[in-house]
Design a protein around this ligand. Structure first.
Ligand code: KIV
Length: 250
């Protein structure tokens, strides 16, 4: 797709029902992101999710998707275990690839996974497993030396055999430059239009929360649509308009 100048769409998913809906859309890739820590479990940050929880989400998503590339996100807690065993669990759960944040110190692990013929997606820029954003400082690689380091890291991930790289919250100009300087696709989130593809967290783009991130476009007011439906159900119950005869057994 990159060679043919065709942009790649990627969306996160964590459960079977949503996966079934995504399965019948034109979305190219599905990421079972460790953002499940927040979207599914109500935690404050991604490091809180366990390997078992991520495997469970991956199994559910893989059951719902028939013909798309599914990437399982390796959570931080996996590094307390044997990483290759964790990767195998993701593949056994149905994932076609795994994603790993960062590069320094992970070179051997990436190489070992790639050598096992398993696809690895890199992740640079804002890597929420290790970067504290409580200060509100989300945009990474703003100065020249960290921008140069990010370009070098992207090239290193390509050399190590990654098939794609997520670029999160970096200046658009830098993301464009990275995308031009490597042959594998870059998938941006808060990284501007010059990436080879884009990813969003599904709850954010469906407007299921109050998040007001600059890099998110809300395609639906999901929160209002769902709460309106729930209030309508509540009203029907209280006014004895539901169930009707149609919904009842003779
Ligand atoms: O966990 C996640 O959802 C991610 C995306 C934001 C890229 O890593």
């Amino acid at each position: 797709m990159k060679k043919n100048n065709k942009k790649i769409s990627m969306i996160t998913a964590y459960d079977y029902t949503t996966a079934k809906i995504i399965s019948d859309t034109n979305i190219d890739w599905v990421l079972v992101g460790d953002s499940a820590a927040m979207t599914m479990h109500g935690h404050n940050s991604t490091p809180e999710i366990s390997v078992d929880e991520m495997i469970s989400h991956t199994k559910a998503v893989c059951k719902g998707i028939s013909d798309k590339l599914i990437i399982g996100d390796i959570p931080l807690k996996a590094f307390n275990e044997n990483i290759l065993e964790v990767v195998n669990r993701f593949i056994k759960a149905g994932a076609n690839a795994v994603k790993l944040e960062g590069v320094d110190g992970f070179e051997d692990i990436i190489k070992q996974i790639v050598d096992k013929d398993i696809k690895v997606m890199g992740h640079l820029g804002l890597t929420p497993q290790t970067i504290d954003i409580s200060s509100g400082n989300v945009v990474q690689a703003r100065d020249e030396s960290s921008a140069e380091k990010l370009i070098a890291d992207a090239k290193k991930l390509e050399q190590l055999g990654c098939f794609a790289i997520v670029l999160e919250c970096i200046p658009a100009k830098l993301a464009s430059q990275v995308s031009q300087e490597i042959n594998i696709p870059t998938i941006g989130i808060g990284a501007g239009i010059g990436c080879d593809g884009q990813v969003l967290v599904i709850q954010d783009m469906l407007g299921m929360n109050d998040n007001k991130f600059k890099f998110v476009k809300k395609y639906l007011n999901g929160q209002k649509l769902i709460s309106d439906a729930l209030n309508e159900f509540d009203k029907d119950v209280k006014e004895q308009k539901f169930p009707t005869e149609e919904n009842s057994f003779k």
